[in-house]
Design a protein around this ligand. Sequence first.
Ligand code: ADP
Ligand code: MG
Length: 727
Amino acid sequence: MLTLRSKALDTVQNRKTVTVTPPSTRVSEYFNSNVFTDSSMMEFLPKEAYKAVSAAIKNGEKIDRAIADQVATGMKNWAISKGVSHYTHWFQPLTGATAEKHDSFFEPTEDGRAIEKFAGGALVQQEPDASSFPNGGIRNTFEARGYTAWDPSSPAFIMEGSNGKTLCIPTIFVSYTGEALDYKAPLLKALNAVEKAVVNVCNSYFDKNVNKSWVSLGIEQEYFLVDEAMCVARPDLMLTGRTLIGLSPEKGQQLEDHYFGSIPPRVYDFMIDFETECYKLGIPLKTRHNEVAPSQYECAPNFEEVNLAIDHNQLLMDVMEKVALRHKFKVLLHEKPFAGINGSGKHNNWSLITSTGTNLLAPTANPESNIQFLSFFVNVIKAVHDHADLLRASIASAGNEHRLGANEAPPAIMSIFIGSQMTEVLESLLNNKTSNNKSKAASINVKKIPEILLDNTDRNRTSPFAFTGNKFEFRAVGSSANCANAMIVLNTIMADQLNKFKAETDALIKKGKKKEDAILEVLKGYYKASKKILFEGNGYSDEWVKEATKRGLNNIKNTPEALNAYISTSSKNLFVKNEIFNEVELNARYEIMQELYVKKIDIEAKLLAQLAISHVIPAGIAYQRNLAENVKAMKDAGLSKADTEVQVNMIKELAQHIKTISINVSKLQVELEKAHHQASTHKSAMAFSSKVKPLFEPIRKSSDALEFLVDDELWKLPKYREMLFVK
Ligand code: ADP
Ligand code: MG
C-alpha cells in the first residue's frame, strides 16, 4: 500500500504553479477596493452621516441611532454594489483567531416578497451567543450573552470567497455585564491613555500646537510554507502547527543560502496572489523576502495606527491561510514548527507621533527639539525597565515558549538595545557633559542636549526590544500572536510612565527649577535607575544569560509562570489606575491564558503519545522483524554469530529506543491525568509545563533515533528534508 508520505512526495513533484492575474499591475488602481474608505463614505452617505462618522473616527465621538441608520443604509448600498449578500460583525475573541457570524441582508416581507435590509441597530450592535468563547469565569452560562459593538475607527471591509462576498464590520466584544471579552476593547483604552499622556507632556513642555497624538505600528510577519500534501501526512503539523518529532535534516540553514535568496516559483505565485488580496483590503504590504530558515518567508506592511495595524495583521493571517489553500500550501504561523531551525516572530515596530507630524522617537539635528526626543526615549526605557516582567508576560504563549531562547531568537530576558551613539548621549547626560556626537549644542541655551545624528547601520538583531533609529522594535512577539497583548501592555506602561514623568517634572518646576533643568534632572534619574535593562551585546549568547542574572534581570522561561506578572500587585494597580482592565477582567484574562496553555500542551501530549504508539513503535518493530528474519536466514545459511553481529546489535538498539518510548509514553499518560486534576488552572498549567512537557524530550529523542535507524521505506511520516526542501 502506498503510504501518505510517498503519495505526498509524488504529489508535490507533480504540482503546477497556479497562475495569478492581479486586477492591474498598478496596485494604486485597486488598493482599498474592498474597503469602505473615506471616499466611498462620501459617495454613499448623506452629508450629515458622513460628518458624524468622520468625527467618530477622528475624535472618538459617539454616533446616535438615527445617524447609525443612515450609515448602515449607505454601507449596505456600497456593499451590494460590490456584490455582497451577507454581513458580519468581525471581532477578536481571546481564542487568538478572529470570529465572524454571517447574517444575510435578505429579509422576507409579509407579502411573500423579500428585501435587502441592514438597519442601524445591526451595524452598531450584535448579540452573538458568547458561551462558546473563552471568558475566564466572568459569566455563568445562564447569562452567556455577549455584545459586539461597532468600532468606527477601523473601516468596514469585504471578504471575498469564491462563491460570495461578506461585509465585515470590525467590532469590540464585551460581556452582558460590560467586561471586555476581546483584545480590541482594552487596546483602544490603552491607546487612548497613551495618546492623552503624550499630548499632555508635549503641551506642557515642548509644543502647545500638539492637540492629538497617535501610536504607529509596523508589523513584520514571519511564516513557513509547507506543501499541503506533506501536512496531511503529518498529523502533528495538522493539529498542533508544529512537528512533535522529526530528525533534523543533514542540510538545515547552515549554508545560509535561503535568506534573501531567490523566491521559488510556486511560492512567488502564492505571494502575488496573497498580496493582491491584501491590497484590495487596504493592507499596505511593502516587502516580501525569504527568511533565514528553509521554507521560511516574511512580509511587512507600511506602519499604520496601532488599532488598524493589528486589525490588518489579524486579517492578513486569515487571508494568507485562505490564499495558501489555492496554491496547495499550508501556512505555518507557529513560533517553532521545526526543531533545530529558526522559529518565527512578529516584530512590532512602534513609535509615537503627534498631530503636528513629529515622530517623538526620532532624534533630530536640532538640539532644542532633542530634549523632546530624549524625554520620550528615556521614558520608554524607564517604562520597560519597571514593567519588564509584564512585557514578558504579554508575549508568553505555549508556542513562543519554544522560540524564546532557542535557535536565533531573543531570550526570555527583557533587555533594550539602544546603540552606541544613544548610549554615549545618555552617558554624557548622566555626567553633565555635552556629547561629542557632532555637537553644535553649545550655541543654544539647552547646553546639555546634543545634536543627535544616528548611524542607522547600528543594529542589533539579538535584542528583544531594540531602538532602530526612529522607533523601537519589540522583536520578541510570537508569529501567531495577536499583537494586541503586547500593544496593550506597551502603551499602558508608556502612558503611566509619561504621567509620572509629568508629575515629577512639575514638582521640580514648582520648586523653582527651570523647565529644561527639571526635565533633564528627572531623565537623568530615570536613566540611572533603569540602566541595568540596557544591553548592547549578543542577546543569544550564554554570557548574557549569566550577566543578566548578575544584574538581577528575570529570565522566566515557562509560560504559566511568566503570566503571573499580569496579576501582580503592581500590574493590577497599573491597569486599574489607567482604566484599562478592572480586576475582574484581569483575573479572567489570566485564567484564559493559563487555560489556553493547558489545552495546547494537552493536545500536543496526546498527539505525541498517539504518534509514538501507532507510528513510531510499529515502524521500529517492522524493521526489527526484517532484521530478525535476516539474522535467521543468515544462520540457516551457515553464517556464524560474528557474521550476524551488526544486525543483532541493530535489533538491540531498536529495542532500547522502543522501550524508552514506551516507558515515557506511559509516564506521560500518568502525568497528564495528574496535571488535569490540580487545585487551580495555574497549578494545572505549571504541572503541564514542569511534569508533562519534559517527557516530550526522551520520546522525541528516541523517535528521532529510530527515524535515523529504520529502513526509509518503513517510515510513514514525511521527513524534515522533504517538508522543507521539496517544492
Ligand atoms: P527593518 O530593517 O527592521 O526591516 P524597516 O525600515 O524595513 O526595518 O521597517 C520595518 C517596519 O517598521 C515596517 O513595517 C515599517 O513600516 C515600520 N516602521 C518604519 N518607521 C516606523 C515608525 N516610525 N513607526 C512604526 N513603524 C515604523
Ligand atoms: Mg525589523
